[in-house]
Design a protein around this ligand. Structure first.
Ligand code: SAM
Length: 385
């Protein structure tokens, strides 16, 4: 993704229905806990709404939300609170330790939360710094919290996760699926320090976007690809996964395998000591060695059933990779050729005959035709007793 596009995706706001759906699988984890939403303008964020409305149901101890000064929507709905000067953009924090039916209508809903905030400004304070999740004061709230739940800015995902790890926090966060291959993120998945949440990998989410982004999407993109219109509202589409380190049942469900290994169907890579599997559903039940599987495998990963041994590409680390192609050449469908260093960026299948698909590669230290595949997770069966 280009940097500009990434920055725009930093302003994709999660819908309440998607939060409710995912978080319904984590209820048991919240009792007596301090929840921190640290990329969330409370009156715009549905994470805040979800936890405020469900505060008693989940038996939360405390909810803390901090708002970044740079947020394009920051406190637009709270401008009339005495704390704020009209139209001033200030970073602030909301802390909730008790939610009751303030307006006496028999139900706790958002109007009660608003009433609560209006009645006691101590819940709402202006931050000294800018509300950046990396700022000292936000780190103090992080230390105080048990579980962090949010959709952080996509462009800062690596830093965001490394901060959660540094402070040993539990979390449920949204991130891009490609993050699984990041050199900072993959080792955490491999070491079972984080995993994919409940929403299936293939299920898409749609997001609320600022007005300006709505207009841009409608004039520059095709409906159905980057956005959809539902009930007259433009929603941005972004491929996302939930990432968590809280236990969920899905993580203990075993993949059902029905295929048998054969060398023809599962060829060995030329540059990794592993055999290739093109579809997760085709993982053979009887192969004892290392299998290279699509990254979507992580959606089905049960650590009692498989070990993750690595990622191809290793990007020059040469732990599992056993070959580097020299002076590689890339052959394109129009007959042109170019430097073929890309062949060293992934698992490679080697053929005696020219493959039908382009591009293919040749190299000085190989007498075969080479084809490089998209990233594969390298796994091995575990023996369940
Ligand atoms: C992808 S949006 C999601 C907003 C909200 N969490 C939600 O899901 O609706 C990311 C949010 O992080 C805010 N943000 C950007 N950089 C930040 C930073 N360094 N610290 C805290 N928040 C930041 C943005 O203003 C934006 O509101």
């Amino acid at each position: 993704m280009h940097a500009a596009n990434r920055a725009k995706q930093d302003e994709y706001y999660t819908r309440l229905e998607d939060i409710e759906k995912e978080l319904s699988y984590y209820r048991k984890h919240f009792e007596g806990k301090v929840v921190f939403c640290n990329c969330d303008d409370p009156f715009e964020s549905n994470f805040f709404k979800y936890f405020a409305i469900n505060f008693n149901f989940l038996k939360l101890k405390k909810l803390i939300c901090t708002c970044y000064v740079g947020s394009p929507v920051s406190h637009t709905k709270l401008n009339d609170l005495p704390l704020f000067q009209k139209n001033q953009k200030l970073p602030y924090k909301i802390e909730i330790t008790e939610v009751s039916d303030m307006n006496g209508d028999g139900a706790v809903d958002l109007s009660d939360i608003e009433a609560l905030l209006r009645s006691d400004n101590n819940n709402l304070t202006i931050l000294d710094e800018d509300g950046d999740f990396r700022s000292e004061e936000c780190i103090e709230y992080l230390k105080e919290s048990d579980i962090v739940v949010t959709n952080p800015p996509f462009s800062l995902f690596r830093e965001y996760v490394s901060q959660l790890m540094k402070y040993g926090k539990k979390f449920i966060i949204l991130g891009n699926p490609n993050a699984v291959t990041y050199k900072e993120i993959f080792p955490l998945l491999k070491a079972n320090k984080m995993w994919i949440g409940v929403k299936p990998w293939s299920e898409e989410l749609y997001f609320n976007v600022p007005k300006e982004r709505e207009r841009w999407l409608v004039s520059n993109k095709k409906e159905g690809s980057a956005y959809v219109i539902r009930n007259g509202q433009v929603l941005g589409r972004a491929p996302v996964l939930w990432y968590t380190n809280l236990d969920i049942d899905k993580r203990h469900e075993s993949l059902i395998m029905y295929k048998k290994y054969s060398p023809d169907e599962y060829p060995k890579y030329d540059n990794y000591d592993a055999v290739n599997v093109d579809k997760v559903s085709d993982i053979p039940e009887d192969y004892e060695g290392v299998l290279g599987v699509p990254i979507t495998f992580l959606d089905k990963y049960n650590p009692d059933q498989f070990d993750i041994v690595g990622l191809a590409p290793e990007r020059g680390r040469f732990v599992l990779q056993n070959k580097k192609y020299e002076n590689a050449v890339q052959h394109n469908s129009d007959g042109s050729i170019q430097s073929g260093n890309k062949v060293n960026d992934g698992p490679v299948l080697a053929f005696e005959e020219k493959p039908g698909k382009f591009p293919y590669y040749t190299a000085d230290n190989s007498d075969k035709y080479l084809q490089v595949l998209y990233a594969r997770i390298l796994i091995r069966r575990k023996h369940e007793n």
